[in-house]
Design a protein around this ligand. Structure first.
Ligand SMILES: Nc1ncnc2c1ncn2[C@@H]1O[C@H](COP(=O)(O)OP(=O)(O)OP(=O)(O)O)[C@@H](O)[C@H]1O
Length: 226
């Protein structure tokens, strides 16, 4: 399998002078196409920082970030935004759904906004995705009327809307009960298996990590085991 993402000697510091905190300290990592990888490490080790950089939402202080053969390290904001919209999906611990909109609207709005209009094709894809995550019967329910696990499944459908090669998920099951967490993880594994979407999932949950094909551990700002 070829490398989808490569980061080399990645450094990220926050703040300046005495307040400077060096979080990533020369981290190397590679994700292959089709990987299903858990990102582990103690609280504060830099997992969210790494996911934010891999999601192109923040630039590293130094080092190299390559995805799909493109060197993103020095790309301009507009180019990064376009790259992100086309190639990367996000799932967060808190689903960030728009409460007053339906499940379907939540799935298709980001694409509609990016494209400046809502197409019939986008609507169809949104419906297919909600069916895919087991929510065909909840499409027209408002987000507030869904359970935590259902909301997170809507968030997964939303992340897949643009057929991203990579989905970064920051503690996607952190706010769910055990049963919902396992259902959400099962769904992620199924999508990974069937559609070859690459997932990198930060988690403190050993069962979730064990359900992934790879476990990548960040300790002291570097990847230490895999
Ligand atoms: N915007 C910021 N400004 C300053 N420091 C920050 C900022 N974001 C994160 N940090 C610091 O960077 C370190 C790593 O944070 P990060 O959120 O990446 O860790 P994490 O491994 O995801 O932690 P957790 O498992 O608790 O979510 C922490 O010490 C945190 O306080």
């Amino acid at each position: 399998m070829s490398a989808l993402v490569t980061v080399r000697d990645l450094v990220k510091t926050y703040g300046e002078g005495e307040a400077e905190t060096r979080v990533l300290k020369g981290l190397d990592m590679e994700l292959a196409e089709g990987d299903l990888a858990a990102l582990l490490g103690p609280s504060g080790s830099g997992k969210s920082t790494l996911l934010t950089i891999l999601g192109t939402l923040m630039q590293p202080t130094s080092g190299q970030h390559i995805m799909l053969g493109e060197d993103l390290t020095r790309a301009r904001d507009a180019a990064l935004t376009e790259f992100r919209n086309r190639h990367i999906g996000f799932v967060f611990q808190f689903h960030h759904l728009l409460p007053d909109f339906t499940a379907l609207e939540n799935v298709i709005f980001p694409t509609a906004i990016a494209e400046g209009r809502e197409t019939a094709g986008a609507r169809r894809r949104g419906e297919q995705l909600l069916d895919r995550v087991g929510l065909a019967h909840r499409m027209d329910f408002r987000a507030t009327a869904l359970s935590g696990g259902q909301k997170q499944r809507v968030a997964i459908a939303r992340a897949l809307m643009n057929q991203p090669e990579l989905v970064v998920a920051d503690e996607p099951t952190g706010n769910l009960d055990r049963e919902s967490a396992e259902q959400v993880m099962g769904l992620i594994a199924e999508i990974n298996e069937q559609e070859k979407t690459t997932f990198l999932i930060s988690t403190h949950d050993e069962k979730i990590a064990a359900a992934c094909k790879r476990q990548i551990k960040v300790v002291d700002g570097k990847t230490v085991s895999d």
